[in-house]
Ligand binder design. Sequence first.
Ligand code: 1GP
Length: 249
Amino acid sequence: NALYQELTERKKLGRKSFAVLIDPDKVNSSSIEQLASLSVAANVDYLFVGGSLVIADNLDECIQQLKASCNIPVILFPGAPSQVSKYADALLYLSLISGRNPELLIGQHVISAPFVRQSGLEIMPTGYMVIDGGAPTTVSYISNASPIPSDKNDIAMCTAMAGEMLGMKLIYMDAGSGAKKPISEGMIERVAKHIEAPLIVGGGITDPEKAYRNGKAGADVIVIGNAIEKDLSLIKEMSDAIHSVPVSL
Ligand code: 1GP
């Protein structure tokens, strides 16, 4: 589990990481190359690949191409068990702990377990928490589970604590891709103070200032997808902002 170790070491040092989220439906071979070279130039730490709804059948190709174009670790962020590719470096093994849909807590894991193990991927058990992003997002609809209300910081904190005590190694708080309202710094701070696992935060972050504030509030990894799809120059701006968060332990 080399990548997980790296994540925890970065957290110990108070260093923030930037993950670019790539939706396989929204890229083609030339945009993948461009994304990879911009990400290398901007010192992006991780490439996350996946989405709640992946329509095209190009996951393997997309990842193989990313791996051929750069050395940034590729981590799967699957919306369904079908989104597993042995070509990636690691897999966020998500259990939707904010919801009460048994299929996404454990059901789909049971069905895909042999396949996932056989993939040889580094598995990162992740407590996945969907937070209300102001309007229904794809993830809130597809998951068929209520998100945590955006102002209920204590619910988020207790959910993350429970996830960690159940053995989850990462906590991922997500307002959903393209969320109108990203997660508040108050909620991030409340959760970060009560867990030791690295905290991933994403959903609806569109400006570098917000990304910076999330890092200051306690997010260890900041994930950005939509905003970058719209404006590739944001890769560098976001990366600089996230990496400029002062170290505080
Ligand atoms: C969604 O956290 C990710 O699952 C990123 O969201 O696409 O809104 O940046 P955006």
